[in-house]
Ligand binder design. Structure first.
Ligand SMILES: [Zn+2]
Length: 142
């Protein structure tokens, strides 16, 4: 992805996207990210949870996060690099839903070139997708 557009203010650290050995694309740190700091957000289309569940049944590779019991964000058309953040059973970042926003925070210092991962927790897949993160203690399912 050519990085010509200026970074939005909610993207606090430089993050690039590249093909992943885990799954599809990956988001990786393009600079050092200190522990506990906010990395960035994903913004997208605000939809109802009911619509989100319908979309989730239609697409194998969904990019939807439920941000409240009623609202969800669909990132399919987002250009934010954090939308490519993969799941790991031993993640280096965490996803935090705050006031309807999807934010990412570093759980530890992340080095340049390191893939950024989070624990997806509850997903629409309900244990039907295999996890390929390869981390010790991987639960094997998403
Ligand atoms: Zn895993």
């Amino acid at each position: 992805m050519p990085d010509t557009a200026p970074r939005p203010s909610y993207q606090k650290f430089a993050v690039d996207v590249a093909p992943s050995r885990i799954d599809g694309q990956r988001a990786f740190a393009a600079e050092s990210i200190p522990q506990r700091l906010k990395i960035g957000e994903i913004r997208g289309q605000s939809i109802s949870v009911a619509d989100a569940r319908i979309r989730a049944t239609r697409h194998e590779r969904i990019m939807i996060v439920e941000v409240s019991p009623r609202r969800a964000i669909d990132f399919s058309k987002s250009s934010d690099p954090m939308r490519y953040t993969n799941h790991s059973c031993r993640p280096n970042a965490r996803l935090c839903i705050r006031q309807g926003r999807v934010e990412f925070y570093a759980m530890r210092a992340i080095a340049p070139g390191e893939e950024i991962t989070v624990n997806y927790g509850e997903t629409h897949h309900k244990g039907k997708l295999a996890c390929h993160c390869g981390a010790p203690g991987c639960v094997g399912r998403l």
